[in-house]
Design a protein around this ligand. Structure first.
Ligand code: SF4
Length: 323
């Protein structure tokens, strides 16, 4: 670090009492190269039973001054050339609209080459945010939201304690699209277990068709230690039952069943959307492309997997681990 930056770092440290930026707990894989700035800590919902993210800490909102201090420190440590920034943790909109706009403007003033600023958000927050405020956030420079839809099926969403149903997912997605921000939706294959896979996929396709998001990122339900749905799961004992809430059980979907889910979904989607399988939980990472034009190519990938699984040349683990 040169003399000028060292002097500025000392000044920021003395003024703010901070030496290094706070760490963002989790970010989407597509933000691997992004600069990470923590706007809030943890998740305010924390009830989805397949999720063990943020287990260790309570939710809290950081002050604008704290966040700005981290932006200044990041600028000094990494320089002004960042092209993308991800605002953690679970939902930057929970900062409040005006504080978020202040943070966004400050970020853009510090990093003039920014092409993208993104955050997670949830239907719970989005559906309580007036459309005019979403547009203001977009104008202040938040360019993309990552939304974990996971399923469009009311029963599956309820049994997984997602806190919203399919129609709320549609409303939230449409609000983001109408704001002009880019929208990354996430679907979690296997979330309905073997018993509810058809309704899970049917209604997820219906919701996605109603939203027509820019991106669809595929995930697969994977064993996450500490997540309530895996409370009675016993990989070594072969007990692959998912616990449902408030009651009941479902059988973990097989790799063959996951393939069928993805094939059915791809056939049912009537969207103009980039599909990616950019997560370690996925069995079929090569399934990626743009719908509708790459549909057949993506289905061919699944055909090859199916052949390989049938003749034993491809062996997939019965349980995926969330890493
Ligand atoms: S899946 Fe998302 S909204 Fe649900 S508990 Fe985990 S972090 Fe919170």
């Amino acid at each position: 670090m040169d003399e000028e930056r060292t002097r500025k770092l000392k000044e920021v440290t003395e003024r703010t009492g901070r030496v290094v930026p706070e760490m963002v707990a989790i970010r989407p894989p597509s933000e691997a190269k992004s600069l990470l700035i923590r706007a809030t800590r943890g998740c305010s919902w924390k009830r989805c039973v397949y999720c063990s993210a943020y287990m260790g800490g309570d939710f809290s909102v950081r002050t604008v001054d704290e966040i700005k201090a981290d932006v200044e420190l990041s600028l000094l440590y990494y320089g002004p050339d960042a092209q993308s920034i991800f605002l953690g943790d679970g939902d930057a909109l929970e900062l409040g609209i005006d504080p978020l706009i202040e943070v966004l403007r400050f970020i853009h003033s510090c990093f003039p080459r920014l092409e993208r600023v993104t955050s997670y958000s949830t239907p719970l927050t989005l559906n309580h945010t007036p459309a005019a405020d979403l547009k203001r956030i977009k104008e202040a420079g938040l360019s993309r939201l990552h939304v974990g839809m996971e399923s469009g099926d009311d029963e599956v969403l309820h049994l997984m304690q997602k806190g919203v149903g399919g129609e709320a997912q549609v409303e939230a997605g449409r609000r983001v699209m109408e704001s002009g921000m880019e929208l990354s939706e996430y679907i979690m294959l296997g979330l309905g277990g073997e018993e509810r896979w058809e309704q899970h996929i049917e209604n997820s396709a219906r919701v996605l068709n109603a939203i027509n998001p820019h991106f669809l990122r595929v995930r697969t339900l994977a064993y996450a230690q500490g997540a309530p749905t895996f409370e009675e799961f016993d990989v070594r004992g072969g007990k692959l039952k998912l616990k449902l809430f408030p009651e009941g059980y479902a059988q973990l979907q097989t790799p063959e069943g996951i393939l069928l889910e993805l094939r059915t979904l791809l056939k049912k989607l009537e969207v103009s959307t980039v599909v990616t399988s950019d997560h370690s939980s996925n069995y079929f990472p090569e399934v990626r492309g743009k719908l509708p034009e790459d549909r057949e190519a993506m289905l061919s990938v699944l055909d090859e997997y199916e052949k390989g699984m049938a003749d034993g040349t491809i062996k997939l683990p019965r349980v995926k681990l969330f890493t």
